[in-house]
Design a protein around this ligand. Structure first.
Ligand code: IDP
Length: 140
């Protein structure tokens, strides 16, 4: 059975552009409840740890530099079928391929600076949520 939580980040490009409020509004209007949230900033080392699965990919170093280049918002979201529904809401990794009306189509600047992160599995949603939030920082 699909889990009911996913994890997201509003990435530095969208935060810097002042789009956090508009993105959070789209997320809530799509039926997701925010069960943990904070504004924070990754160091390059923490970004490297978060994206460790990509460490062999050619864009890894640039991605870590980009993700630590400015503030972000991290959040845990709740909804039935959360992971899949959120991936549909954000759209394809490359905004050029993202469907009309998706968050990345509307707000992303490039394949790297693509506005938001969304977990790709229930297992990763739990790992990523635990990376940012202690139990006391979230609605149980
Ligand atoms: P996803 O975020 O849509 O799940 P992943 O393939 O897991 O996409 O890649 C993680 C992040 O790495 C992307 O969101 C994007 O910021 C960055 N990225 C992915 N592919 C490329 C690329 O080809 N060039 C530069 N950055 C990329």
């Amino acid at each position: 059975m699909a889990g009911n939580r996913t994890f997201t980040m509003i990435k530095p490009d969208a935060f810097e552009a002042g789009n956090s409020g508009a993105i959070l509004k789209m997320i809530e209007e799509a039926g997701f409840k925010i069960v943990a949230m904070k504004a924070t900033r990754l160091t390059p080392e923490l970004a490297g740890k978060f994206y460790e699965v990509h460490k062999e990919r050619p864009f890894y170093k640039d991605l870590c530099a980009y993700m630590s280049s400015g503030p972000i918002i991290a959040a845990i979201l709740e909804k039935d079928n959360a992971v899949e529904d959120f991936r549909n809401l954000i759209g394809a990794t490359n905004p050029a391929n993202a469907a009309e009306g998706t968050i990345r189509k509307i707000f992303a600047k490039s394949i790297e600076a693509n506005a938001v992160h969304g977990s790709d599995s229930d297992e990763n949603a739990a790992i990523e949520g635990n990376f940012y939030f202690s139990q006391l920082e979230r609605v149980l």
